[in-house]
Design a protein around this ligand. Structure first.
Ligand SMILES: *Cc1c(COP(=O)(O)O)cnc(C)c1O
Length: 338
């Protein structure tokens, strides 16, 4: 029986074609700038995002941290969503390693940050306060693609307020497909963008920070300091190249599957399905505490892996096929009819 793993899109494993690209990758020492596949991947990402330059790093946590370190100085502040990955799920790296103070703000229901609220939190130029330097957005955030007109407004807001603006675009290609624009159209509103290769794009490892040449040169220094200078990293970069070339458009299939799943689960009275019009590859379901306690094991016995909790995030990806969706819906129906 095939295991259907809906816990995250990070669980995808490299296909045999991707593994073969990795096995055949020509390599060099990337700290010397001599790995042809790393260089090619960085050029390719910069081109796809319409920016001057990009740097390959081990994870999205590291590329977000590189952005904080490159935009801000010690004692500066960044404004970020309360539930943002950069703030909440990265060990407080900005504060711990960069001495940058976070100023978290609640996300709006559509995953934007209300710019009027952001403005209230920008500190005056006064020695009592940290210097507000950077605004961080996330797209997709909780699976929702931000509206394009909002991105344009956020960009001009940041400019007017003298702030830099960074995007945690771990899933920028999902956002681009949902909004029917290029990734470059999204990136054009930002001074830097972090992109994950290891989510729905299906690479085993790796993220890219994209921005102008000066910013990426700065990031290169910080990456080395963080111990992120990898040597024959072309084996990993080859997987990233394969992912960008073959897997960025197929994310549409994941969105279709998520919509099917939302529809199927929506027919079950005991599940509160939350599927916002801007959703991409994630479906949120809410259950009673009693059901929530029993569901993960019940589903696991039927080859379906989900996270625990009274609100669950189900994520579709490369390793979930269309034909898997009815099996998942049936398993939930079986649970609630039992
Ligand atoms: C996964 C993710 C990251 C990066 O996570 P890593 O596991 O460090 O690669 C950053 N932002 C968001 C929104 C993510 O989902």
């Amino acid at each position: 029986m095939k295991i259907i793993d809906l816990r995250s899109d990070t669980v995808t494993s490299p296909s045999s074609e991707m593994r073969s690209a990795m096995a055949q990758a020509e390599v060099g020492d990337d700290v010397f700038g001599e790995d042809p596949n790393v260089n090619r991947l960085e050029e390719m990402a910069a081109e796809m995002l319409g920016v001057e330059s990009a740097i390959f790093a081990s994870s999205g946590t590291q590329t977000n941290l590189l952005a904080l370190l490159s935009h801000c100085q010690r004692g500066d502040e960044y404004i970020v969503g309360q539930q943002a990955h950069t703030y909440k799920y990265e060990g407080g790296g900005g504060a711990v390693l960069a001495s940058i103070q976070p100023q978290p703000i609640e996300f709006e229901p559509d995953s934007t940050l209300d710019l009027a609220r952001v403005k209230m939190y920008i500190k005056p130029d006064d020695f009592h306060f940290a210097r507000t330097r950077l605004l961080c957005l996330e797209n997709t955030q909780a699976g929702k693609a931000l509206p394009m007109h909002y991105l344009a407004r956020a960009a001009s807001f940041a400019k007017d307020e003298g702030l830099r603006i960074h995007l945690d675009g771990a899933r920028i290609f999902n956002a681009a497909l949902k909004r029917n624009v290029s990734a470059a159209a999204i990136a054009s509103s930002f001074d830097s963008v972090s992109v994950c290769l290891s989510k729905g794009l299906g690479a085993p490892v790796g993220s890219l920070l994209c921005g102008n040449g000066e910013l990426i040169r700065e990031a290169r220094k910080w990456r080395k300091m963080l111990g992120g200078g990898m040597r024959q990293a072309g084996i990993l970069a080859a997987a990233g190249i394969y992912a960008l070339q073959h897997n960025s458009q197929r994310l549409a299939k994941d969105h279709e599957n998520a919509a099917l799943l939302a529809q199927g689960l929506g027919e079950i009275d005991e599940i509160g399905v939350d599927f916002h019009e801007a959703q991409t590859n994630m479906v949120y379901g809410a259950f009673s505490p009693e059901s929530a306690a029993l569901l993960p094991e019940f589903l696991q016995q039927r080859g379906i892996l989900v996270s625990g909790g009274e609100t669950v995030r189900l994520v579709t990806h490369l390793d979930v096929a269309g034909e898997d969706i009815p099996r998942v819906v049936e398993a939930y129906k079986e649970f609630f009819s039992g």
